[in-house]
Design a protein around this ligand. Structure first.
Ligand SMILES: *[C@@H]1O[C@H](CO)[C@@H](O)[C@H](O)[C@H]1NC(C)=O
Ligand SMILES: *[C@@H]1O[C@H](CO)[C@@H](O)[C@H](O)[C@H]1NC(C)=O
Length: 484
């Protein structure tokens, strides 16, 4: 027995030894002038990365920088800035702040969303906006695109160093990157001490989640790193994005894994290993199948620049705590705002919010508590009336949800329009239609209290419910306590 164990250990050790020496022979290295050298050695080789390749050169990737300013806002008027040649006769101005926009896997610098975001930013602020085009490096296979990001990041850092010579400080630069572009922003930031801001829009998960901070976007890459997670479902379900916290603030709209209106996303093509999933990503990308939840991150960000949605986001330890309505308070940690305004808030950590499936994406969050004196089984429907209008009918309970006397019915609801300061509510009770249990409950439900917490306003409203009777199928309205 003892001999067996020892020999098994020995075999294990020698196999490990052989593997180690084999792998170190696989370490490769490539150098690109001022950008320095890139090696496939750890931390870039790791269990998270089934294939570890060398990046392609900037020339092979044909990396381009397109400048947009208020003087040159459109694609037709874009100006190219070349690393090593300074800003020349372009409209780049050292007295303005600069934002870089970086696309991800399979995209290129002339995708419409980049121009939409550039336009929105220029309408808001007088900026230099530089769109980074690394489309020739961003194609399939995914493993090669992943490797190429390191060179793109290094080249952006090089350009930023050059641009600081005409005036701005590193704090005046902000890189906004989507998918692989988020990690590119991380590589650029890592070379600059200290870059002002990085915004990661659904940072890519495959080959990055769980890796060393030198391999992925992390808070040390800039003075302020904000991240929006929209497609964080597992890579095995072909989620492109990561749920891992990678910034000073991480936003998880709609829980961060999956976005409303994106329901048909690849659900028929679940794979069972990381390897198969990455291969499937390549296939889907080659077919031009879009990842709706993954792309929602830049749609929401652009909307946060051009619209007036508050995008208030609530601090919470998990998506399930948030979904249960336990995280709507801004006292303590403090709340934040997702997107363009996030830098104005001092709160740090993970933040949650709901958005709608289409523009306007704003949703207004409320917690509703109702208590009754007797048992009840049925549906409660609520309408909120405010100074700006009223909500649609909001069903609060499912038909088979039973309420026991004295307990609080507590529901977390979202309203897509800003109805302003609450003034009245209407409630309807529809007793269960079940012939089996319906006899056990009365037609009347005696109310004891209704209170509503408006998360956007951080304000508690209580209504004139005490002693009122809800008769099945007969809606009643009530005002605020103080007006009863
Ligand atoms: C954010 O801060 C900047 C600079 O401090 C200020 O100009 C801007 O109005 C603020 N935005 C919001 C929404 O508070
Ligand atoms: C609802 O009830 C819960 C549990 O008692 C409480 O923590 C919360 O503040 C209440 N919210 C409202 C709107 O009354």
């Amino acid at each position: 027995m003892r001999t067996l164990v020892v020999s098994a250990l020995f075999v294990g050790w020698s196999a490990g030894f052989i593997l180690d020496s084999l792998v170190s022979k696989l370490d490769q290295n490539v150098c690109f002038g001022d950008l320095g050298c890139f090696s496939t050695a750890p931390p870039f080789r790791s269990v998270e990365r089934p294939v570890d390749l060398l990046p392609k050169s900037p020339t092979e990737q044909q990396i381009k920088f397109y400048l947009h300013t208020r003087e040159s806002p459109s694609t037709a008027s874009e100006e190219e800035i070349q690393v090593g040649s300074g800003v020349g006769s372009t409209h780049y101005s050292g007295s303005r702040k600069t934002k870089f926009l970086v696309h991800g896997f399979t995209h290129h610098g002339h995708r419409q969303w980049l121009l939409n975001l550039a336009t929105a930013l220029l309408n808001k602020e007088d900026l230099n906006v530089i769109i980074v085009d690394w489309g020739h490096g961003a194609g399939i296979p995914y493993a090669q695109a992943t490797a190429n990001t390191r060179v793109v990041g290094a080249l952006i850092a090089q350009l930023i160093k050059e641009l600081t010579l005409v005036g701005p400080s590193l704090a005046d630069f902000h890189i906004i990157g989507h998918s692989l572009g988020a990690h590119i922003a991380g590589y650029a930031g890592e070379r600059l001490h200290t870059l002002g801001q990085i915004t990661g829009l659904d940072p890519a998960d495959p080959y990055f989640q769980g890796t060393d901070v030198r391999v992925r976007l992390d808070p040390s890459d800039a003075d302020f790193v904000d991240v929006i997670h929209t497609d964080g479902s597992s890579i095995l379900q072909l989620g492109f994005g990561t749920m891992q916290q990678m910034g000073h603030v991480d936003f998880y709209p709609n829980g961060g894994a999956h976005q409303p209106g994106c329901d048909a996303d690849f659900m028929g093509t679940l794979s069972h290993t990381v390897w198969a999933a990455v291969t499937q990503l390549d296939t889907l990308a080659a077919e031009g199948a879009v990842a709706c939840s993954h792309e929602r991150s830049y749609i929401l960000y652009t909307d946060s620049v051009s619209n007036n949605c508050p995008y208030t986001a609530y601090p919470c330890t998990s998506g399930s705590e948030y979904a249960a309505g336990h995280c709507l308070s801004c006292t303590g940690t403090g709340c934040s705002e997702m997107g363009y305004n996030s830098k104005n808030f001092s709160a740090r950590g993970s933040f949650y919010l709901d958005t709608a499936s289409i523009s306007p994406f704003c949703e207004f969050h409320y917690q509703v508590n109702i208590t009754g004196r007797n048992n009840m089984d049925g549906v409660i429907t609520l309408v909120l009336q405010g100074t700006n209008g009223r909500s649609a009918n909001i069903p609060l309970m499912a038909d088979n949800e039973v309420h026991t006397k004295g307990h609080i019915i507590s529901k977390f609801i979202k309203v897509p329009n800003d109805i302003g300061t609450l003034t009245n509510i209407a409630l309807e009770y529809d007793k269960t239609s079940s012939v089996l249990t319906g006899w056990a409950y009365p037609d009347d439900w005696q109310l004891m209290g209704v209170s509503i917490f408006s998360a956007e306003e951080q304000r508690m409203y209580t209504f004139c419910a005490y002693g009122k009777t809800l008769t099945s199928h007969k809606p009643i309205a009530m005002g605020l306590t103080g007006t009863c």
